[in-house]
Design a protein around this ligand. Structure first.
Ligand SMILES: *[C@@H]1O[C@H](CO)[C@@H](O)[C@H](O)[C@H]1NC(C)=O
Ligand SMILES: *[C@@H]1O[C@H](CO)[C@@H](O)[C@H](O)[C@H]1NC(C)=O
Ligand SMILES: *[C@@H]1O[C@H](CO)[C@@H](O)[C@H](O)[C@H]1NC(C)=O
Length: 326
């Protein structure tokens, strides 16, 4: 059924091609959306303003009349295009001078708005659909893209666009290629697969959730943690109990063999450093570092002092006594 509607829309659109506008598709759609959202606030406000609470026949008839009265329509138009009425207008910030553009749009299409207000608001309550999709043809319904509002990947299968794991290019704005730009960790034309180095935490025909593999995995994984790896990356070794485990290269012979050198293990690797109080010279040898040696001996003495001072620390009187000794 949807596709029939879309096809007839396409034909209408093709007929109106002669009057094609040069405005970028996104701005064209968002101007329309802005008008509709502010118009709807006007509808909401006037609904409240004239509703007294009772529901007698008389009141109902009176309210019913007001609902589609010229008076209300004028009141609604007074709210239309007023950005300050929107709780959050950030999505419209990219449009310069939006209020003025909106008023121009209202003037141009006032008859269409009137037609909806007086004759269609009951049967077709979705003004966005009526005004921006069907009448002005400046936007597409959710999950549709391009000049003909074609369904985004996955939508024709009754699923969320791009499996809910990516952005469909041109969605909603009668523009774009409809290709999915997948979120981090997801791949595929529909974003329905996990990327390399990710695994499915959860998966059924209509949904998938991927999470990143343990860092030490080599070629992907099937589950979380070191035990979920399919293989281990270099610097890691398979351990039956722990899975991919960092190799402590420092335990192997022949590492960091220069005089005064020490081996420091790191994740997936190791490095050679000079021992404390030594530094590497231009010949890459570890030579004594006079300054560092001094501070080491000072630190050593300090810590000795501290230790002797903190031994009786359980008793506060003893600490006081210790301090007075110093
Ligand atoms: C697939 O998973 C989603 C998310 O948990 C759930 O809403 C949906 O009902 C599931 N579908 C089937 C066919 O199991
Ligand atoms: C080590 O202590 C001596 C004397 O106590 C002092 O002269 C020297 O500056 C200290 N060195 C450092 C690096 O703190
Ligand atoms: C550190 O203590 C030792 C002996 O306890 C002493 O010979 C040396 O001079 C002290 N060093 C400094 C910098 O105070």
């Amino acid at each position: 059924m949807d596709s029939v509607v879309i096809h007839s829309l396409t034909i209408v659109w093709l007929l109106s091609l002669g009057a094609a506008v040069s405005l970028p598709a996104k701005e064209r759609c968002f101007q329309c959306k802005f008008l509709v959202e502010t118009f709807k606030i006007g509808m909401e406000q006037t609904k409240k303003a004239h509703f007294a609470g009772g529901n007698t026949d008389w009141e109902e008839r009176k309210l019913g009349k007001f609902a589609t009265s010229e008076t209300r329509f004028i009141e609604v138009l007074e709210s239309t295009c007023r950005k300050e009425l929107l709780a959050d207008s950030t999505e419209f910030e990219f449009i310069k001078d939006i209020k003025h553009k909106c008023h121009t749009l209202v003037e141009k299409h006032e008859e269409t708005l009137e037609d909806w207000f007086f004759h269609k608001q009951e049967k077709q309550p979705d003004l966005m659909h009526y005004f921006c999709f069907s009448e002005l043809r400046s936007c597409c319904p959710t999950g549709h893209f391009g000049v003909a509002c074609e369904p985004c990947p996955a939508v024709s299968k009754n699923l969320p666009p791009c499996f809910g794991r990516g952005q469909c290019d041109g969605e909603g704005i009668r523009d774009g290629s409809g290709k999915c730009k997948c979120d981090h960790g997801y791949v595929g034309s529909m974003c329905s697969n996990c990327d390399a180095h990710f695994y499915p935490v959860y998966q059924n025909d209509t949904a998938i959730e991927c999470a990143e593999c343990f860092d030490g995995c080599g070629s992907g994984c099937t589950a979380a943690g070191p035990k979920g790896c399919r293989s281990c990356r270099s610097g890691y070794i398979w351990d039956a109990e722990e899975g991919c485990k960092d190799i402590d290269e420092c335990l192997e012979n022949g590492k960091c063999t220069k005089v005064n050198e020490i081996c420091v293990n790191s994740i997936g690797s190791y490095r050679c450093e000079c021992g404390e109080g030594y530094r590497r010279n231009e010949n890459q040898e570890c030579e004594i570092d006079i300054e560092a040696q001094k501070s080491i001996s000072n630190t050593t003495n300090e810590s000795n002092d501290k230790e002797s001072a903190t031994v009786p620390s359980v008793d506060s009187e003893a600490i006081t006594a210790g301090h007075s000794e110093l």
